[in-house]
Design a protein around this ligand. Structure first.
Ligand SMILES: [Zn+2]
Length: 294
């Protein structure tokens, strides 16, 4: 039975096209299984039959829901899965919004534009990783920021999704980190850093090693070298979008870095053993402009 869990785990992430050459020696069986799966979201063993009724008492309770993930009753599958988020009161934007994230970027149809580079004012920092019931999130005190298009945005937190929520040419990556920033005026800017499977990520090593296994648990992450986290090309795709979790608020400026970083297979498993799949499906682009830095 021990191996069954691992097989399901491997199947669940190998079922996504993975761009990295995979240094996987022991996943052959899982890979064959995964290749037959047309709908990867049904791979996870705890999937429940979907119901379409709304829970009225839940609706009333969340009328004033704020964008704090754990105050809202939602999940990635079953009756409160992504296709039903908009039915939970306070989250109507999830179904009515026209500028939603994540999106799939068809890279050939995006024209390069003279958009300004992101300046990362990141430094050695102490963070705190929390298991919030939907992901693992590393929170920061003020001290890090980005400058883009003449606006300064302070880093609040970063968190992970597996597989990546954003796609390039219909391909999702094994994992993504979303760095969430806020300007003095309260506008949000997210930088998405995609991960392929390869070498162990040294900068994030302590974060992966300290993932708290249970919802609500926290752990300190001292001396995280944020200044070295974006050490490749910083060219990026830019578009307007939303939060990718309820309440799906719009007006979020997105920056998806073209160059990915690596994490090891063990690091990916460390995350997926807690969150096997926490990615919202692609949302319609609806004629919005996507730009890529030259
Ligand atoms: Zn996110």
């Amino acid at each position: 039975m021990k191996n069954l869990g691992l097989t399901i785990l491997l199947a669940s992430f190998l079922s996504y096209p993975v761009i990295a050459e995979e240094p996987i020696g022991h996943g052959g069986h899982a890979k064959v299984k995964a290749a037959k799966k047309a709908e990867p979201k049904h791979v996870t063993p705890k999937a429940e039959p979907k119901k379409h009724e709304e829970e009225k008492h839940e609706s009333a309770k969340h009328v004033d829901a704020k964008p704090q993930a754990h105050t809202v009753h939602w999940s990635y599958e079953g009756e409160h899965g992504a296709e039903h988020w908009g039915d939970i009161a306070g989250n109507e934007t999830c179904k009515l919004g026209k500028v939603q994230t994540p999106i799939n970027i068809m890279t050939r149809s995006v024209e390069s534009a003279p958009i300004s580079p992101i300046r990362f004012n990141y430094t050695m920092s102490n963070g705190e990783v929390i298991n919030n019931g939907h992901t693992l999130q590393v929170n920061f005190k003020p001290g890090n920021s980005i400058d883009v298009d003449g606006t300064n945005y302070a880093l609040l937190q970063f968190h992970f999704h597996a597989p990546s929520e954003e796609g390039f040419d219909n391909i999702r990556y094994p994992m993504v980190a979303h760095f969430v920033h806020k300007s003095a005026e309260g506008r949000l800017a997210v930088v998405a850093l995609l991960f392929t499977v390869g070498n162990e990520n040294q900068i994030l090593k302590n974060v992966f090693a300290k993932f708290p296994p249970h919802e609500g648990q926290k752990a300190d992450i001292p001396n995280l070298d944020l200044g070295r986290i974006f050490n490749g090309s910083q060219k990026y795709y830019s578009f307007m979008g939303s939060l990718t979790t309820p309440p799906c608020s719009e007006g979020v400026k997105w920056h998806v870095l073209k160059t990915s970083q690596e994490i090891s297979l063990n690091q990916l498993i460390d995350f997926k053993s807690l969150y096997p799949e926490n990615a919202r499906p692609f949302q319609p682009i609806n004629n919005r402009e996507i730009r890529v830095s030259e």
